[in-house]
Design a protein around this ligand. Structure first.
Ligand code: PLP
Length: 409
């Protein structure tokens, strides 16, 4: 069997075939490195798609989960959650938020954000205000609600009528936003950096204008930080670098460092109408998940953690830019913030991902023919150099015979 990325897949007849899985599996990981079942070592610049921010099997996370596993795994939200309260308090202290709802994934965090946004107006006696402005190129998840917010035909096809209530506009078009705001508008939803969409972002001034539009029209500004949040862009939350605050924000991916947990954060004003019964989750914020996320915060909030990530970002971007200069037949551009870095390819991006995997460097595709480099935030200089050397080898292989000769291969 050949998948859409061009490689043959391991026979897996019982897994629903919704993923184009590469023909490789892994049995263990340590830091930035993975060991495949083929016995090879791979440099992991996927971080499980921006999840393993502290690398694989970080000792502090392993210890926290081992300790929690001997005490209590799951308790329902019918009872108090002291560690959940501690995690929520820490997230609020670090952000604009007053309240946190815990769930299990990015899509669930976004569902909560959409519900909070609609409920805000409902509880103010304006139930007709349900529409949310979104942007082309967005990705908000795979539930029916978040798919409708995502709005791309390729994801919606085959699933019947999408959830009503999203008005999708070109990214960065402020006039379109102003025109789209009407009596039924409830909020504006945006990713600080569109990651799945190809590592592209609107200008900071656009975000500030969105804040103004929201303030002028009593709309909630919702940031989807499922991928950008928890350090990926070089700060705990990407919004901090924009000089404004949202009213609602979703987190997931790196929040549990590899243990599934999502969160929806909101101001007291935005969440004012939410009361017992308004929303819920069986597993959301259970003791194992909360222990993992508290351990992630322990590490990230240590002095110097984000400075390191920013330093590595600069180094990686500089080195990538020099590879782009030397292989214009293969690569066109470096983009992104922090360690959410995109390489826009000239060759088909799937070919580049495959060639890099051949060099035992794991990366992730994105929209706009971009390949994402998402190393764990604890990546060091020599690992970055190693990744860049592997990229160069892949570029040579993809450059064709003429360039190979020029490069002395
Ligand atoms: N929002 C953004 C910005 C994402 O990147 C993703 C996943 O890639 C999601 C939401 C959905 O998250 P999940 O796959 O955990 O449901």
């Amino acid at each position: 069997m050949t998948n859409s990325a061009g490689s043959s897949s391991i026979a897996q007849p019982h897994l629903l075939p919704v993923f184009a899985r590469a023909d490789v599996a892994f049995e263990r990981g340590e830091g930035v490195w993975l060991t495949g079942t083929d016995g090879e070592r791979y440099l992991d610049f996927t971080s499980g798609v921006a999840v393993n921010a502290l690398g694989h099997c970080h000792p502090h996370l392993v210890a926290a989960l081992q300790e929690q596993a001997t005490k209590l795994w799951h308790m329902s939200n019918l009872f108090k959650s002291p560690d959940g309260e501690r995690l929520a308090a820490r997230l609020c202290e670090q952000s604009f938020a007053d309240f946190v709802f815990f769930c299990n994934s990015g899509a669930e965090a976004m569902e909560c954000a959409i519900k909070v946004t609609r409920h805000y107006h409902f509880s103010k006696g304006k139930p007709e205000r349900t529409r949310i402005i979104t942007f082309e190129g967005a990705f908000h998840g795979r539930t029916l609600g978040t798919l409708a917010a995502t709005g791309a035909a390729k994801y919606l096809e085959g699933y019947g009528p999408p959830l009503e209530g999203f008005d999708q506009l070109p990214l960065g078009d402020l006039d379109a936003v102003k025109k789209a705001v009407g009596p039924n508008t409830a909020g504006i939803l945006i990713e600080p950096v569109q990651a799945e969409g190809g590592v592209r972002a609107a200008e900071p001034a656009f975000f500030r204008s969105l804040r103004d539009v929201c303030d002028a029209n009593d709309l909630l500004l919702v940031f989807d930080e499922v991928q950008t949040g928890m350090g990926r862009t070089g700060d705990l939350f990407a919004y901090r670098r924009l000089g404004i605050e949202p009213d609602v924000m979703s987190l997931a991916k790196a929040l549990g460092g590899g243990f599934p947990i999502g969160a929806c954060l909101a101001t007291a004003k935005a969440a004012a109408g939410m009361a017992p019964g308004s929303h819920g989750s069986t597993f959301g914020g259970n003791p194992l998940a909360v222990a993992a996320a508290n351990a992630v915060l322990d590490v990230m909030l240590k002095p110097g953690f984000f400075e390191h990530a920013q330093k590595m970002s600069l180094l990686l971007k500089q080195k990538l830019a020099s590879v782009v200069d030397r292989y214009p037949q293969v690569l066109a551009e470096v983009r992104g913030e922090g360690l959410l870095i995109g390489l826009k390819a000239v060759v088909p991006s799937a070919d580049l991902v495959n060639a890099l995997r051949g060099e035992k460097l794991l990366t992730v595709g994105a929209g706009e023919n971009v390949v994402r480099f998402l190393p764990p935030l604890i990546v060091n200089e020599s690992e970055i150099q190693e990744a860049v050397s592997r990229l160069e080898r892949a570029c040579v292989a993809l450059s064709g015979p003429q360039l190979k000769r020029a490069a002395g291969q």
